[in-house]
Design a protein around this ligand. Structure first.
Ligand SMILES: Nc1ncnc2c1ncn2[C@@H]1O[C@H](COP(=O)(O)OP(=O)(O)OP(=O)(O)O)[C@@H](O)[C@H]1O
Ligand SMILES: [Mg+2]
Length: 233
């Protein structure tokens, strides 16, 4: 059970959105927005060591340890969290697509149970669109992290391709948005509304991108508080 509620903590949840290949996973790895203690739900194993040094692990090369079973992940996560040291552990269940949501909710419950208002715990939900049910309310623990996790030190990182496939509970409660190249006008319009930027600013992201150079609009709390950022790797 989450302990030590601290109402002075601010909501710091972050959404990362862009078409496939826009660089969302690269952004989670390289922007260093994920803090020292991190649990990841990583259905594709995207955070396993990769061949590019900069993209290995999380935040300047921190190794992400992967576990394929609930038991393995739970043990590693519990020990890492109790150690008081930096860590990044990922749960990559090996199960059928239709069971993915249940595993994601279990992961969220584990994170919630560990939460402590005296310490920050970051929870990354990769490929969110694969295991949320609608763009309506998200009433599971996945949603509760974003609505109620703030005072328990939880910071959710939600990674998805299209805003239209993500619950409004999550989209509406993030304090930061990392918006990459989009694939559909309806999605562009959603982000134009959120950022109060121009259609052209979003459309230009795809034109600027190359294989190893990705661009995003990064909005931090506050109206119109966004800027163009880039990652080279
Ligand atoms: N380890 C890597 N080595 C070389 N290039 C990479 C590596 N990881 C990513 N890239 C390049 O960066 C691009 C963006 O990758 P990234 O995985 O961040 O996309 P994404 O937005 O997360 O897409 P998806 O929604 O499909 O997961 C890829 O298309 C690829 O060109
Ligand atoms: Mg990805």
């Amino acid at each position: 059970m989450a302990i030590n509620p601290n109402n002075s903590l601010k909501a710091r949840h972050i959404s990362y959105c862009g078409a496939s290949g826009a660089g969302k996973t690269v952004a989670v790895k390289c922007l260093a927005l994920v803090g020292d203690c991190a649990a990841l739900f990583d259905p594709y194993g995207d955070y396993k060591l990769s061949r590019l040094k900069k993209l290995s692990g999380l935040g300047n090369g921190r190794i992400v340890h992967h576990y394929h079973t609930r038991r393995g992940f739970l043990k590693a996560f519990t020990e890492a969290w109790a150690s008081g040291k930096k860590f990044a552990v990922a749960y990559q269940p090996q199960i059928a697509e239709d069971k993915l949501r249940a595993e994601a909710i279990w992961f969220a419950q584990v994170v919630w149970a560990a939460a402590d208002g005296k310490r920050e715990l970051h929870a990354v939900f990769e490929e969110l669109g694969r295991y949320v049910e609608s763009s309506g309310a998200e009433r599971s623990k996945i949603g509760e992290i974003v609505t109620g996790g703030r005072k328990f030190g939880l910071i959710g990182h939600y990674v998805f391709q299209r805003p239209s496939e993500v619950p409004k509970t999550i989209l509406g409660n993030c304090a930061e948005y990392v918006v990459g190249a989009q694939q559909a006008m309806i999605d562009v319009r959603r982000w134009v509304d959120e950022l109060d930027c121009s259609i052209d600013e979003i459309a230009s992201l795809d034109r600027l991108n190359t294989d190893r150079h990705k661009h995003f609009l990064h909005k931090k709390g506050g109206i119109r508080n966004y800027k163009l950022i880039e990652i080279r790797f």
